[in-house]
Design a binder for this molecule. Structure first.
Ligand SMILES: [Zn+2]
Length: 81
């Protein structure tokens, strides 16, 4: 009975963690800790690799955020206009 409860709590905890996970809208890859992700007005999020592939046609991101290795966010950097 106790192991059932522990199992349920563990699954619920893992499910809540994956719900907040950031991924690239283009390549669907989950970024590594320390990697920079770029958020756009249309709610898309692109990794730096996919953003560079767009070249000169790339729209300006609304914000760029470094992915934290832990649960807490470290920094939010606004992009240059
Ligand atoms: Zn990508």
């Amino acid at each position: 009975m106790a192991s059932d409860l522990a199992s349920i709590l563990l699954r619920k905890s893992i499910g809540s963690m994956t719900g907040h996970r950031v991924h690239c809208s283009s390549c669907r890859r989950t970024p590594l800790g320390g990697e920079l992700m770029h958020r756009f007005e249309d709610e898309r999020t692109l990794c730096t690799l996919c953003l560079r592939q767009l070249g000169d046609q790339a729209p300006a991101p609304v914000a760029s955020e470094r992915v934290s290795a832990g649960e807490r966010r470290v920094a939010l950097v606004k992009s240059a206009a």
